[in-house]
Ligand binder design. Structure first.
Ligand code: SER
Length: 898
């Protein structure tokens, strides 16, 4: 056998399939903008999903890739196994070969066998390999048995899971709940009888099957398109999708029994031991950390940051799991972020994306570690306490929930810790306790079920290809209706009966000038007119290669086959295009003003404004914002030509053009957009023809949206002008109407006004204090002593309410044992206040005094036993009410033993 490095194996695989006529295609992003059915890219075939479904085409019919995958969260979730088995990872690379309707089972099996066993290829001894096929797949069985010559005892048929429906089998692969799928044949490697393990198909769970027989390659024969309701629609062109875990085949070829012993992992584990100061190199925790740093670093490099929901939640989960394992090893300070540098060195060429985003990855990891360390320490000590007192092998759900709810200690960590002590956690009980927090539960689970294409899913088997004409036209006179949908169901006609004013009707045309939402640019709106009807388009979205014109029928009817004139709302489209071109200028200016490695992290291009998220780890200073604005406006005034050319994606990559992360570049040709010599990017959006059209660019706000990610919102053209006018008008109004100041020294004027206000406030305070002193002196002369307490009941005039309270509080302090009742008449209304010192509140309460008074004088009031207020309007009743309360208080004080 050959002793290959992981990098060599990757290259050998791609070269082998290239020699068999396969196009080498780059790994796609870990996140897909176009497929919300997927949490993360989990297989090599994801980027070709639409090609398998016949919704998209490529210039090639055979492809090969080394695809970065994350299996955590979503349908294929290996997170809980990681560290405890020799072969599961959150992040791994999947080597694959694909046939789009060209070769099928025979060639797929022949290619795999040749590569695995070929003398000058992987040269694995044939007797070390065994295979599985789907129980009823005789075709695959016979190819293995007759063509390859595999002995029958090493071909295992795998049935559907017991008690489940057809195709629910380990040998039936599907990407998600919907989409391409089919029976598969898996190739296993036997690591030898010195390792525990049962052959595939043995009873028991996957964990129980041990590590002797390891699946190294999965050959999927893609035959169906699974619908949301479970129906399997046969595909017109059966295809092939294969996947071989790079780390697993590396273990085989490097003659080690665990993925964690291959070259890259042994180096990573060494680095993890160093940063956590661990000497036991065999520790499970080191494996967990070495695995998790790869998924975390790659996910962050793609713009994902830890958060409470969706992808960010899964990332947070993985980071925290790694931190806890560091804690087990005794790490007391942030350590995880320190693995980014060794990771980049170890991954070599495959880490180019990490190198570019190194600072941000480290920053995000460090932030999360610092935030989480306190929660972890406290949660673990409480959990230890609970575990010390547990009498059974199950921790109850309420305790797990209390840890989560009160101490923020996540359930998965409780499960993880308990698992190490062979204790189960009653997760059902946890869920019940969690029900009260439904909102958060929704947040954390919503992603997986969320599918924004759901309303179109019934169209999965409809493969129209709409020709987009909107770069040159905003009106097109000769479009034909190919399909119609109402409420997600295909219909022949949209009329007032089935449309019924709902906004969920969809028209699909053969050709359209309407831009379908993509690349951050929103879809066009407008109108479709035929001889028989008018359809208002509110939005346009792409599904595969079909453009969905979403809207409502406003008149008549539309039928499949009708010709329509398609009118894009031109004014709105113009604004969108200006904003899109300005976004490119903004990105280029940011690269000039900040570091050159500013990376796009998201973008929304609307008609009213543009939003651009980018990697940068601190807030922009006002001066930097001004310079960015100035650069963009300078390019606008230069009236640069905006040009587009089409080229192959590889040519674009070689030229170093910016590929936007998360974007899938499906077509063999990409559109390269250049603005003068200022910016060149791949872009499918619509743009101005010259930068001068943008008119004006104005930044509205700059803010942070997550660690290491900033957001700029800006406006262009008329919106920017309107914004300037509004600001100008505001300033004029302030200066002319409020400040009566036409001169240029507005700031001076406002500053002097502020100074003056401050001085006046000081003077007013002084006067108020004097008034308090004077009033207290006057009131002191009215004190009556009753049974050791001092009582003041008095009527005042025109005293500010705050001062009134200060008077009462000061007098209570001064007199020590007192009841003070004041009625202040001002503007024909009376404010009543009663204050009682704490020593008297057992027998006399301020709020009772106020309540007695308001019964006499009307109005409303309230307060505490020590101070209470009321406001009333019948001022004529005040003197009598005060006399009445004086008598009552006197009686109370005399009868009480105070
Ligand atoms: N899609 C299949 C898998 O992930 C083969 O690539 O196993």
């Amino acid at each position: 056998m050959i002793n290959n490095s992981t990098a060599d194996i990757r290259q050998k695989f791609l070269d082998f399939f290239h020699s068999k006529g396969h196009q080498i295609v780059a790994s796609s992003s870990l996140i897909s903008n176009n497929d919300n059915t997927l949490m993360f890219t989990n297989a090599g075939m994801n980027q070709f999903k639409d090609v398998f479904l016949g919704l998209d085409t490529r210039l090639y019919q055979r492809a090969t890739t080394a695809q970065r995958c994350v299996r955590a969260g979503g349908k294929h979730n290996d997170l809980e196994h990681v560290g405890y088995t020799t072969r599961h990872h959150t992040f791994f690379e999947m080597l694959g070969n694909f046939s789009f309707g060209e070769y099928f089972k025979y060639d797929a099996i022949q290619f795999a066998w040749e590569l695995l066993t070929g003398k000058h290829l992987f040269n694995i001894p044939k007797e070390k390999l065994l295979v599985t096929v789907y129980a009823t797949d005789n075709e695959a069985y016979n190819i293995w048995a007759k063509d390859i010559g595999m002995p029958a005892e090493r071909i295992i048929r795998i049935s559907d899971h017991e008690g489940s429906s057809i195709y629910d089998s380990d040998n039936f692969w599907q990407m998600g709940d919907i989409g391409p799928c089919g029976p598969c044949s898996e190739i296993f490697y036997d690591h030898g009888d010195h390792i525990f393990g049962r052959p595939p198909g043995s009873p028991g769970s996957k964990e129980e099957s041990g590590d002797r027989y390891i699946e190294i390659w999965n050959l999927v024969f893609v035959q169906f398109n699974r619908q949301a309701d479970g129906t399997m629609l046969p595909l017109s062109k059966p295809s092939v999708d294969t996947g071989m875990g790079l780390e697993r085949i590396a273990a085989v070829l490097q003659q080690v029994n665990s993925n964690y012993e291959i070259d890259i992992f042994s180096q990573l584990i060494k680095a993890a031991a160093e940063v956590t100061c661990t000497t036991n190199i065999c520790s499970t925790s080191l494996r967990v950390i070495a695995d998790h740093i790869r998924s975390c670093a790659f996910l962050i490099s793609e713009g994902i940051v830890p958060s409470k929901d969706g992808r960010g939640y899964v990332l947070r989960h993985i980071i925290r799991r790694a931190i806890r394992h560091g804690y087990i090893l005794g790490a007391t300070h942030p350590f995880f972020y320190k693995l980014v540098t060794p990771l980049i060195e170890i991954m070599g060429n495959a880490a180019e994306q990490l190198q570019r985003n190194k600072n941000m990855i480290e920053l995000v990891l460090r932030n999360e570690e610092e935030q989480f360390s306190h929660t972890l320490e406290r949660g673990l000590s409480i959990l230890e306490h609970e575990l010390a007192h547990i009498n059974s092998d199950t921790m109850d759900g309420a305790t797990a929930f209390r840890l989560y709810d009160t101490y923020g200690f996540p359930l998965y960590l409780t499960v993880d810790v308990c698992r190490e002590r062979n204790i189960n956690v009653d997760q059902e009980g946890f869920k019940k306790a969690m029900e009260v927090q439904r909102k958060r539960a929704r947040e954390t689970s919503s992603f997986i079920g969320y599918n924004h294409n759901n309303q179109y899913s019934s169209m999965l088997n409809i493969a129209y290809c709409t020709n987009f004409l909107g770069y040159e036209n905003v009106t097109y006179h000769n479009s034909k209706i190919m399909a119609l949908f109402c409420d997600g169901k295909p219909v022949e006609v949209i009329d007032s009966i089935n449309n019924n004013n709902n906004l969920n009707s969809i028209v699909i045309l053969n050709e359209t000038p309407f831009y379908g939402e993509s690349g951050g640019q929103i879809g066009d709106s407008g109108e479709l007119k035929s001889d028989t009807g008018i359809f208002k388009v509110f939005d346009t979205k792409k599904y595969g290669q079909s453009f969905c014109h979403i809207g409502t029928l406003s008149y008549g009817k539309l039928s499949i086959g009708d010709k329509v004139i398609a009118y894009v709302n031109k004014a709105r489209r113009t604004c969108i295009s200006l904003n899109h071109s300005a976004t490119h200028l903004l990105q280029s200016a940011l690269r000039n003003v900040l570091e050159n490695n500013v990376e796009q992290r998201g973008s929304i291009v609307k008609d009213k404004y543009l939003r651009f998220d980018f990697s940068h780890n601190k807030a922009l200073e006002n001066e930097q914002i001004r310079i960015v604005e100035e650069i963009v406006n300078k390019h606008i005034r230069s009236n640069l030509i905006i040009n587009t050319t089409n080229m192959s994606i590889d040519a674009a990559r070689q030229k170093g053009y910016l590929l936007v992360l998360g974007e899938q570049y499906h077509q063999s040709k990409v559109r390269v957009l250049s603005i003068g010599n200022v910016s060149t990017e791949l872009c499918c959006g619509t743009h101005a023809s010259r930068t001068g059209d943008i008119g004006l660019f104005l930044i509205l706000s700059e803010s942070g949206i997550a660690a290491g990610i900033r957001r700029i919102e800006a406006v262009t053209g008329e919106a920017a002008l309107a914004c300037l006018h509004q600001q100008k008008h505001l300033l004029q109004s302030i200066s002319q109407q409020l400040l009566k100041n036409d001169g240029p020294n507005l700031i001076e004027k406002v500053r002097s006004l502020k100074d003056r206000t401050k001085k006046l406030e000081q003077q007013l305070n002084h006067i108020n204090n004097q008034q308090v002193v004077q009033e207290i002196a006057k009131l002191s002369s009215k004190i009556r002593k009753i049974n050791g307490a001092q009582v003041i009941v008095s009527q005042l005039e025109n005293i500010d309410q705050k001062i009134l309270r200060t008077i009462v509080e000061n007098m209570k302090n001064k007199l020590g044992s007192a009841v003070i009742i004041l009625a202040n008449i001002s503007e024909m209304k009376a404010n009543l206040i009663a204050g009682v010192t704490g020593n008297l509140t057992n027998s006399i309460k301020a709020k009772d005094i106020i309540s007695t008074l308001t019964q006499k004088v009307g109005g409303k009031g309230g307060g505490s036993p020590e101070i209470a207020y009321a406001c009333c309007s019948d001022i004529t009743a005040i003197p009598a009410a005060l006399s009445h309360i004086t008598i009552m208080i006197t009686e109370k004080l005399l009868t009480k033993n105070v």
